[in-house]
Each structure stands twice: as structure tokens, then as C-alpha cells.
Design a protein around this ligand. Structure first.
Ligand code: DC
Length: 258
């Protein structure tokens, strides 16, 4: 039995719609997975630190789908705003910047490689100043409109696990599978600190930043972080990563059954 894995490079350019580089790899299907020609759209939303990225990337690998981190696009735009000294509060200027940006996401085994205007900024966009800026640029309706349009193009063909904050509500309200992954705030904070291996004053700063991002994501006027009404709500506070993945896979398999 075989399954197809697609490695996709997406140029997210307003002027270059539809230009995609696709490489196919044939692998054997993992035990227990149902081979299906139907390529689903899977939306995974939730707050920072709930474990979305890990689950989305493991799930995509198992299904032979591409994993797209929508947050990386907001991060890339935020980095461009820093580079061009554009205010994070200036919505129209940020939209203009987005239209002139070349943002590519390249799904890979280790997460999405992020290219901004031809340069690999994968590491840079994870730094604290960009993290804070991404949260701020994402509140503007015009920015969100641009992002949602690009994200719709990227996932339209299916075979995609897209993670973010508004994938099940705004980007793909018609997604085949919608997961809202949450966890107790204290647990999310601890996970983030472990991931980054920090303590002391640096840890305090990270916790404060996470709380502020949470507040902004949940209270912004446009597309606040809320579960879609038909999403599976998964609280990972007391679940292992494997257990979360198992439950998500069960739902996926139920959708793949003829
Ligand atoms: O998932 P992330 O931490 O990389 O996202 C960075 C920021 O982008 C986050 O603070 C909120 C914003 N974001 C968003 O508003 N909508 C999305 N679909 C994804 C991210």
C-alpha cells in the first residue's frame, strides 16, 4: 500500500497566484491509517503553547499532507515592518507592505522554513521582538484580509494541515476537520519555558509576553481566537502529545471512511 507525500513551496505573492513547486515522495502507509484519494483540509486552532505546531506537524507527516503554519506569515510581515520601520499600529501601511512582500512557506520535517523577499528568516521570525510584533500586526482587519486570502489559496487543493487562530472560523470555515487545541494557561507557560530552556528573569519576560499575546488574540475586534462551533475541543492539560494525536487521528479517520 502506498501513500503520497507532497512537499510544497508556496510563493505567497499577490501578483504570482498559483505558482507552486510540488515534489512527490512515495512511502508505505503507517499501520492503522486508511489510504484515501480524498485530500482533507484540516484546521488546528488554539492559543500559543497549546501544542498546535507539534500535533500539526506529526499529523501532516503521518497523512502525507503539508503542514502550514499560518502564524509564520504574520511573523514574516512583522519582520518586514521592523526592517522598513513601519509602525505596528498603522494598518494601511502594513497592508501596503504585505502587498509588496514575498513571503514563502516551505514545509519541511523540522517545521516551516520561512522566506521573506528571498531570504531565509526562519530563525529570525522566532525571536521575541518579532513574536511581539506579529501579535500586534495581526489585529488589523486589512492585514487579516490579505493573510486569509493567501491562506485560502495555499490550502485550496486539500491535503493540508493548517494551524493558527482563525483557520476553522475564517480561512476554512468549510474544513473537513476542525480541532481547537487548548490547555490550562499555567501548563502552556511551563511548556513554553521548557521548550526555550529558560529560567529567572528571562522566564518572567516570556510568561508576561505569552499572557499579553493571549489577551490580544482573544480580545481583538477582528477574528478573535474562538473555537469554531463545529470544532472538536481538545484540552491537552492532562493529555500526552501521543494521546492528543491519537484523538485527532480518530477524527480524521472517521472523515476518510467512505
Ligand atoms: O502561531 P504563532 O505564535 O506563530 O503566531 C504569531 C502571531 O500571529 C500570533 O500572536 C497571532 C497571529 N496569528 C493570527 O492572528 N492568526 C493566525 N491564523 C495565526 C497567527
Amino acid at each position: 500500500m502506498v501513500w503520497i507525500e507532497s512537499l510544497v513551496s508556496y510563493p505567497i505573492l499577490a501578483s504570482a497566484k498559483g505558482r507552486r513547486t510540488i515534489a512527490h515522495r512515495v512511502q508505505s502507509l503507517p499501520p492503522g491509517m486508511v489510504a484515501s484519494p480524498r485530500k482533507l483540509i484540516i484546521a488546528i486552532d488554539g492559543p500559543a503553547g497549546a501544542g498546535k505546531s507539534t500535533i500539526a506537524s506529526r499529523l501532516a507527516r503521518k497523512l502525507g499532507y503539508v503542514n502550514l503554519e499560518s502564524g509564520a506569515m504574520y511573523r514574516a510581515l512583522a519582520l518586514k515592518a521592523i526592517q522598513w520601520d513601519v509602525s505596528f499600529d498603522d494598518g494601511p501601511a502594513l497592508v501596503k507592505l504585505a502587498h509588496n512582500a514575498r513571503i514563502h512557506l516551505e514545509p519541511s520535517m523540522g517545521g516551516n522554513r520561512v522566506l521573506l523577499d528571498g531570504r531565509d528568516v526562519s530563525q529570525r521570525v522566532r525571536e521575541p521582538d518579532v513574536t511581539e510584533a506579529a501579535s500586534r500586526v495581526s489585529v488589523h482587519p486589512g492585514v487579516r484580509q490579505w493573510m486569509v486570502a493567501r491562506q485560502k489559496e495555499m490550502g485550496a487543493g486539500g491535503g493540508v494541515v493548517m494551524e493558527g487562530r482563525d483557520i476553522g472560523t475564517k480561512v476554512f470555515p468549510e474544513a473537513d476537520v476542525k480541532i481547537f487545541l487548548d490547555a490550562d494557561p499555567g501548563v502552556r507557560e511551563q511548556r513554553r519555558l521548557q521548550q526555550q530552556n529558560v529560567s529567572g528573569a528571562a522566564a518572567h519576560a516570556i510568561v508576561a509576553e505569552l499572557r499579553e499575546r493571549d489577551r490580544r488574540d482573544r480580545t481583538r475586534a477582528t477574528s478573535p481566537l474562538v473555537p469554531a462551533s463545529d470544532a472538536l475541543l481538545l484540552d491537552s492539560t492532562e493529555l500526552s502529545e501521543d494521546e492528543v494525536l491519537r484523538r485527532v487521528e480518530e477524527l480524521v479517520q472517521s472523515k476518510l471512511k467512505p
